[in-house]
Design a protein around this ligand. Structure first.
Ligand code: CP
Ligand code: NVA
Length: 305
């Protein structure tokens, strides 16, 4: 039975922990120039309807290291859902490829693609979620803090795909997640309600200083996401009090780490001082995208055989 990774809860807590531990092992082996080849003889289609540095390069590199071949597919080639139905495209792509990674706008489109594809589908970011990012971030937290359990993750900024993915992380990991955003920039309230009804430790508040008290992880992201750049000024007005700067971080735990999924708009959601400061783990975080995605792909191929 084929499996997908469209959202963090697609994997059980045990499967997620196992994926992080595989990523750790792949990272260790890479230093020795070694890598298993579970993708040998397979082509992975990487569909991009939005720009990318980290996701594209880390997926393509990871696919090659795992012995596979990667195919970069843009809107110009397939125009998913416009040139033909997503259902038909999914059926045809499944005849050629071993796996699909997709970055696009509509989350529902990715769910539909996964439903009609007979090969694993990985979500490389939608307007709603960015699960590969957050699983890699949990790996970075484990490296830097020694463990994931008990962490207090405070996300400051826009209630976007990253914020929503943290809600999902709280549904599968023993962590506390505090989302501090303006009332006018909420995360998905539906997802928040669902997570809370399952007993996840996740809250949405509006006071940045209150939020960071005792935080072990401080996280931020751009105020205007891809596809929303026309709202940049409005978002900046709303979210200025949530900027991650050294003044705000005085209230966090003394051993906190700072994470940002990148790309950053330095001077807006995060200052240079914090991004380049001693608590910042942002470049480890970017590197870990490679290791975690190799682990996700290896697991999906293993489980789908
Ligand atoms: N963090 C992240 O997904 O970066 P890209 O948009 O560059 O892929
Ligand atoms: N929220 C950002 C994340 C980029 C990795 C966006 O969607 O543009």
């Amino acid at each position: 039975m084929k499996r997908d990774f469209i959202a963090i809860p697609d994997f059980t807590s045990e499967e997620l922990a196992g994926t992080i531990s595989l990523a750790r092992e792949l990272k260790r082996q890479r230093l020795l120039h070694q890598c298993p080849k579970p993708l040998a003889n397979l082509t992975v289609g990487c569909i991009f309807h939005k720009a990318s540095l980290r996701t594209r390069i880390s997926f393509e590199t990871g696919i090659h290291e795992l012995g596979g071949y990667s195919l970069y597919i843009t809107k110009e080639e397939i125009d998913l859902g416009k040139r033909e139905t997503i259902e038909d495209a999914a059926r045809v792509l499944s005849r050629y490829l071993g796996m699909i990674m997709i970055r696009t706008f509509s989350h529902a489109d990715v769910e539909k693609l996964a439903k009609y594809a007979s090969i694993p589908v990985i979500n490389g970011l939608t307007d709603f979620l960015h699960p590969c990012q957050i699983l890699g971030d949990l790996m970075t937290m484990e490296e830097r803090l020694g463990k994931i359990e008990g962490a207090r993750v405070v996300y400051l900024g826009d209630g976007n795909n990253i914020a929503n993915s943290w809600i999902n992380a709280a549904r599968r990991f023993d962590i506390e997640v505090i989302l501090a955003t303006a009332e006018g920039a909420p995360p998905s309230l539906e997802l928040l309600k669902l997570a809370q009804s399952e007993g996840a430790k996740v809250r949405w508040i509006h006071d940045p200083v209150e939020a960071v008290k005792g935080a072990t992880v401080i996280y931020t992201d751009v105020w205007a996401s891809m596809g929303q750049k026309d709202k940049a000024e409005e978002k900046a007005r709303l979210l200025r009090p949530f900027q991650v700067n050294s003044e705000l971080l005085k209230h966090a735990d003394s051993k906190h780490i700072v994470l940002h999924c990148l790309p950053a708009e330095r001077g807006k959601e995060i200052t240079d001082e914090v991004m380049d400061g001693p608590h910042s783990a942002v470049f480890d975080q970017a590197e870990n995208r490679l290791h975690i995605q190799k682990a996700i792909m290896a697991r999906l191929i293993e489980w789908s055989r």
